[in-house]
Design a binder for this molecule. Structure first.
Ligand code: CTP
Ligand code: CA
Length: 225
């Protein structure tokens, strides 16, 4: 059992995890964000550390407790997260991209608080696309590096996740079917499917995020050997 501290299949492996949800500033007091709590990424960081990995966690706006022995780098926006992923990826054998990165950001951040205009009943925000962090970094992957992405899907989940895996040059993708709102975001339990270019490797039960982290990391271990 890996919890007893003797079984260390990731001994000495440098592993980078991202967790949480990015915030895209609108003005000094407002941002756009998403529902990610960071629990899945933090569980992966914790279990990987227990399995012997040297874990660096890039955390975006999560309230989770930092697991002992894990090095944490805090970021807020997608741009900050990208900068830290780029800087740290070359020193790591594995990247696990569990963070929910905003796809868009306001093209202009107002330096002053936006006032509501009494004469208008609407406000237009113009958004521009953020870089796709995991896909950019996976393009720079050395032969021994492994990149694991996540996919949040509500419809045609397996097809869409498989498409993302290939399009982004990922080794594995962890599919979260987010159409069932009882599990997933902010919940302690989840259910995922782990997919490679050869197809479905494993669909987990509905179970704790720690248990899911362990299952993902055990599949990773097989790939590292
Ligand atoms: N991702 C990323 N950079 C972004 C957006 C997403 O690195 N700007 C990563 C996520 O961390 C995740 C994977 O890409 O590992 C898939 O994210 P997801 O939101 O499911 O897919 P998208 O490619 O953004 O497509 P869409 O949201 O349109 O389904
Ligand atoms: Ca997205």
């Amino acid at each position: 059992n890996f919890i007893d501290g003797n079984y260390k299949p990731l001994d000495g492996v440098n592993l980078l995890v991202t967790a949480g949800g990015t915030r895209e500033p609108i003005d000094p007091v407002r941002y756009l964000s998403n529902k990610s709590s960071g629990k899945m990424g933090y569980a992966i960081a914790e279990v990987a550390q227990q399995m012997g990995a040297n874990v660096t966690l890039i955390s975006a706006n999560s309230h989770c407790q930092v697991p002992s022995g894990v090095r944490v780098i805090n970021v807020h926006s997608a741009d900050q997260l990208e900068q830290q992923v780029q800087a740290n990826f070359p020193h790591n054998r594995v990247l696990i991209m569990a963070a929910a990165v905003s796809d868009f950001k306001p093209d202009h951040v107002s330096s002053q608080k936006i006032k509501k205009d009494l004469d208008h009943d609407s406000l237009d925000l113009h958004l521009i696309k953020n870089h796709d962090v995991v896909s950019r970094v996976a393009k720079t992957k050395k032969p021994d590096q492994i990149v694991i992405g996540f996919a949040a899907e509500t419809n045609h989940p397996v097809e869409n996740a498989t498409h993302k895996l290939k399009q982004k040059h990922l080794d594995l993708i962890v599919l979260n079917d987010v159409s069932n709102s009882a599990i997933g975001f902010n919940s302690d339990d989840n259910q995922v499917s782990i997919i490679s270019d050869k197809g479905l490797i494993k669909k987990t039960n509905i179970e704790s995020k720690s248990k899911i982290a362990k299952e993902i990391l055990e599949i990773l271990c097989k790939r590292l050997n």
